[in-house]
Design a protein around this ligand. Structure first.
Ligand SMILES: Cc1cc2nc3c(=O)[nH]c(=O)nc-3n(C[C@H](O)[C@H](O)[C@H](O)COP(=O)(O)OP(=O)(O)OC[C@H]3O[C@@H](n4cnc5c(N)ncnc54)[C@H](O)[C@@H]3O)c2cc1C
Length: 338
């Protein structure tokens, strides 16, 4: 059923007010295909919505929002070293992670507590604590918005990069992802060297570290550093970490010799955007009912009642300031829905 003038406030983790001209949810692929044939869907802009944790509405959406509610997780096959687990796109990402941990399927424990749905995870190749979904991705099924046909995308076809995939570029707005199949390890290879995971594990005084412990460490760290969207509106990291030519980084180092970076190749490094924003004096900036989080400068927050365009304008001011101070153009990670 298609409803009209639906509030999107509860459908975005920034908690900003916005309205969808039309709104429909689907629980089966048949329902989705039926919707895609409807004149309202054919003749209006479309927006596929998962958990709304990576988008900022800066005005009402004058089209149809298609809310994905496809459910189901199953192990579809296995080989000597792997389990293949297929999840419907509407499953909550963290619940899939916990399901895998409880079944002892290894590989996504570092991605615990990332908000949102499974269907959005390939969109920007979600990542945290040294792991990205491309590391455990097998394939996905997607429905073509134009004709309802189904296509399987393999790992190579998704063209994953840092917070990137083909679905944000060449194939933008063409597909509804309906399921994702992950290739998880029977024998765990733990990734604990990133961020404060090792420190956190040390405090847990364990003899034998398991994937469950790594997930617990990640959950503890994330809960202490990131604002809970249920309490303070936000969409996680608002900006990507920029990859810059070595010469740009060296110029920063002349004034800030402790500037952090991660090597990318001989000529490029990645500079943490949070460090740049903090150095430029924005960390904890409070503009009344919105601002920059005081523990994590990458996160813009809505303390309640801010509009999407106020938050967007703040992001523009930060981008301009960083460009002026460091010669680096920050790119937004959050999808702006205008
Ligand atoms: C507190 C917090 C922490 C976060 N931490 C991280 C992190 O560590 N790493 C990280 O990568 N991200 C992080 N994020 C961002 C976000 O959680 C992820 O990008 C997540 O995958 C978004 O899922 P969603 O279902 O909410 O997507 P939505 O916000 O609903 O949608 C995001 C984009 O994907 C599209 N989309 C959604 N579902 C589908 C589908 N089924 N088919 C086609 N297109 C679809 C939407 O149209 C939109 O363009 C964080 C967000 C918050 C609030």
């Amino acid at each position: 059923m298609i409803s009209e003038f639906e509030s999107l406030k509860a459908h975005n983790t920034f908690g900003v007010s916005a309205q969808a001209r039309y709104f429909a949810s689907f629980q089966t692929i048949d329902e989705l295909r039926e919707l895609l044939e409807h004149p309202i869907v054919r003749n209006n802009p479309r927006l596929v919505l998962g958990g709304g944790s990576n988008m900022l509405f800066i005005r009402n959406f004058d089209g149809i929002v298609l809310k994905n509610e496809l459910k189901g997780i199953e192990q579809v096959s296995e080989d000597e070293h792997h389990y293949y687990v297929k999840s419907a796109a509407g499953e909550v990402w963290h619940e899939l992670v916990m399901h895998c941990i409880n079944a002892n399927y290894a590989g996504i424990e570092n991605l615990a507590l990332i908000p949102g749905c499974v269907g959005a995870s390939p969109m920007q190749n979600i990542g945290a604590y040294g792991v990205e979904i491309k590391d455990v991705f097998h394939s996905l099924e997607a429905i073509n918005i134009a004709d309802g046909s189904m296509r399987i995308f393999t790992l190579d076809e998704c063209k994953f990069g840092y917070r990137e995939s083909i679905f944000k570029r060449d194939e933008k707005d063409c597909w509804v992802i309906v399921s994702v199949t992950f290739r998880l390890n029977k024998r765990a290879v733990l990734h604990t060297s990133y961020g404060a995971i090792e420190e956190e594990l040390d405090q847990m005084h364990l003899d034998n570290v398991t994937i469950k412990d790594v997930a617990k460490a990640v959950i503890n760290i994330r809960s202490s550093k990131l604002p809970d969207p249920k309490k303070i509106g936000n969409a996680g990291s608002f900006f990507k970490n920029p990859v810059v030519p070595m010469a740009v980084y060296r110029a920063i180092q002349e004034h800030q010799n402790n500037a952090p970076c991660f090597p990318i190749d001989e000529n490029h490094v990645k500079v943490p955007a949070g460090w740049l924003i903090e150095r430029a004096g924005w960390k904890g900036k409070n503009l009344g009912n919105y601002g920059v989080h005081d523990k994590q400068a990458l996160v813009l927050v809505n303390y309640g009642g801010a509009t999407g365009s106020q938050i967007f304008d703040l992001s523009t001011s930060i981008i301009e300031d960083i460009k002026q101070k460091f010669g680096i153009e920050l790119e937004r990670e959050v999808n702006i829905i205008a």
